[in-house]
Ligand binder design. Structure first.
Ligand code: SPV
Ligand code: MG
Length: 293
């Protein structure tokens, strides 16, 4: 756990550096701790994943206070910066700046806002993706910039191609959001190939760093992103989806076998859990602070 100012500075450095950065999805303290131990230098607090583990759809069903509380657990469980998926900002400029300020207070390093209307729908669901008006969304970005500290990272996410528009619309929006004070542009695509992302990157020419989410175009090798001078790749939902596969498998086995004997070696040991959550620190603190028996 570092101070918000330090973690924002680290996230800014990761996004601005010429090396390709990878942010790993987290949706709670445990998934965050696992991602940090795997070696990731930064986290993406995914709206899809957080909604899913709460039993909500990624359609602005979870409240902004629920997201803020989960982000606090992610921040407390790790020492690496957290970029928060703030969806479309939970309303207009005013809702967006309230959420941003609260996230900053709870230790988030940055916020990503997407240029859709509230309520939003996950970019891979259906065809109803109502884009926000460019000026109105720019106001949301400006309000967040004016409300948060100078280091807090603001990523503007463009949903133009998700809504069926082409590169031109995406570039017009990127220019407006850069003008409004965004620190980076997240360009999203639902195509199974990276063509439109790479075309955008070429045309945009790094006026601000480019962040991408290769969930659908997962087959593209990351060398293509390095060649395109993309700044940051977000692996946006893979621990949540791994948990689904793991839980489905183990529940099925236990139900069928009416026993946990055969699956013991397939699940994480309690020792691993206790290590992840630093139970040894608690034991030491007990030695130090509890009365001697
Ligand atoms: C998320 O992880 O919630 C995202 C990325 O916003 S996506 O689901 O690809 O839209
Ligand atoms: Mg999201």
């Amino acid at each position: 756990v570092s101070s918000p100012t330090i973690s924002s500075a680290i996230l800014r450095e990761l996004i601005l550096s010429s090396d390709l950065t990878f942010l790993m999805e987290a949706h709670d303290g445990l998934s965050a701790a696992i991602a940090e131990r795997a070696g990731f230098k930064g986290l993406w607090a995914s709206g899809l994943s957080i909604s899913s583990v709460l039993g909500y759809r990624d359609a602005s069903e979870a409240s902004w206070t629920q997201i803020v509380d989960i982000v606090e657990r992610i921040v407390d469980a790790t020492s690496i910066p957290v970029l928060v998926d703030g969806d479309s900002g939970f309303g207009n400029f005013n809702n967006a700046r309230i959420v941003a300020r609260k996230l900053e207070q709870r230790g988030a390093a940055g916020l990503c806002l997407e240029d859709k209307q509230f309520p939003k729908t996950n970019s891979f669901v259906g065809d109803r993706h109502a884009l926000a008006d460019i000026d109105e969304f720019s106001g949301r970005l400006k309000a967040v910039k004016d409300t948060t500290g100078p280091g807090f990272v603001l990523v503007a996410r463009i949903e133009a191609m998700i809504a069926g528009h082409g590169i031109d619309e995406a570039i017009v929006r990127a220019d407006a959001y850069a003008e409004a004070g965004a620190d980076a542009i997240l360009i999203h695509s639902r195509k199974p190939v990276a063509d439109e992302i790479l075309a955008f990157a070429k045309e945009w020419n790094n006026k601000l760093p480019v962040v991408i989410v290769p969930t659908k175009y997962y087959k593209t090798p990351v060398s293509a992103y390095r060649d395109a001078r993309i700044s940051t790749v977000i692996w946006a939902n893979h621990t949540m989806r791994a948990a689904i596969a793991g839980m489905r498998h183990i529940c099925g086995r236990i139900h069928a076998e009416q026993s946990v004997a055969a699956i013991e070696d397939e699940v994480a040991g309690l020792d691993e859990l206790f290590r992840l959550m630093a139970y040894d620190e608690l034991a030491k603190a007990e030695e130090q602070y509890l009365p001697k028996q």
